[in-house]
Design a protein around this ligand. Structure first.
Ligand code: ADP
Length: 312
């Protein structure tokens, strides 16, 4: 559906996106995850054909975006972080207007309007003036505008930005409902937003894709150590005695010790949870909790970014 090769953008001497390449298959929902300033907007705008790359190639459905921008743009929509809305217009008139701009005929629009209104949950506000709507509704109208011509590819820049928690859940449901019918790329600096919607994550840092795949794969790839959070009914010295004989234990970070229970985090060179569990239990120490925490991409992502920032 989408193929990107060597995509690069310089703003003057500032390099915002560097040699980005990836593929997206039809119907897939892909999340672009990166801190603010990492190049997400620049990348999406280049994919949308609204910003000229310094180098690289983008094809949508096999058609080259730079060679045939008009043709490609017929099949895609880009929703910026702050969508431009015609605040003086009524919702339905605005959708009709946008549809006509996209080249839709009256008959197409008549069929398509109710579908899009239902999909975005704005059936009841069709006759309202956009500027009078709440922020959450205006955001849905913006998505409806992006969907009106039934684009194959939808690019959403921080679609949940500024929404409250209830509206975020609604937006998530809305984007999920597009799976299969539309190919979607959405950006966010928040992992939970992306991990709950997307089939695959592209991690971007300083304009480069530093990781790609489902959340679990990425977490595994970026995690060097295995970390296990533990709670054991025993004193620290008894636990230390017991674990000393396990060569895979590389470190113990002690937490609270209360009412005869010790909390701690183990750094392991290999996943030997079963052996550790057996050892503790065979010594008569009560194993209360054992949770592997390194497969949590949120932590990994933050740690990775902090390390990179600290070392630069
Ligand atoms: P993100 O969307 O991840 O926050 P952006 O794509 O907006 O990142 O920005 C990437 C980098 O490019 C940032 O360092 C930003 O300051 C810079 N940048 C963005 N737009 C411009 C511009 N028009 N001129 C110069 N630098 C820009």
């Amino acid at each position: 559906m989408l193929e990107v090769e060597g995509l690069t953008k310089y703003y003057g001497r500032k390099r915002a996106v560097n040699q980005v390449g990836f593929r997206v298959i039809q119907g897939e929902i892909v999340g672009l995850l990166g801190l603010n300033g990492s190049g997400k907007t620049t990348l999406l705008r280049m994919l949308a054909g609204s910003l000229l790359p310094t180098a690289g190639r983008v094809t949508v459905g096999g058609i080259d975006l730079l060679e045939e921008p008009r043709e490609v743009k017929k099949h895609l929509s880009f929703l910026p972080e702050t969508p431009p809305l015609y605040n003086d217009m009524k919702v339905r008139s605005c959708l009709r207007f946008v549809g006509r701009l996209k080249g839709m005929g009256r008959a197409d629009l008549r069929d398509r309007l109710p579908v899009v209104e239902a999909q975005t949950g704005i059936e009841d506000v069709g006759d309202e003036v956009i500027g009078h709507l709440s922020f959450g509704y205006r955001q849905r109208v913006a998505v409806a505008m992006a969907l009106i011509h039934d684009p194959k590819l939808l690019l959403l820049d921080e679609p949940a930005s500024g929404l409250d928690p209830v509206q975020i859940v609604e937006m998530r449901e809305l984007i999920r409902s597009l799976r299969g019918n539309h190919t979607v790329i959405l950006s966010s600096h928040l992992l939970p937003e992306i991990s709950q919607i997307c089939d695959r994550i592209l991690m971007i840092q300083e304009g480069e894709i530093i990781g790609e795949g489902p959340e679990e794969d990425l977490a595994q790839r970026f995690t060097r150590k295995i970390r296990v959070r533990m709670q054991v009914r025993a004193s620290r010295s008894d636990i230390e005695d017991c674990l000393r004989a396990v060569p895979q234990v590389e470190g113990i970070e002690w937490g609270r010790e209360q009412d005869g229970r010790s909390s701690f985090v183990l750094d392991l060179s290999e996943d030997v949870r079963e052996a550790i569990g057996l050892k503790l239990v065979s010594r008569g120490l009560g194993l209360l909790e054992m949770v592997r925490t390194d497969l949590d991409l949120e932590n990994t992502f933050l740690r990775l970014m902090q390390t990179e920032e600290g070392s630069s």
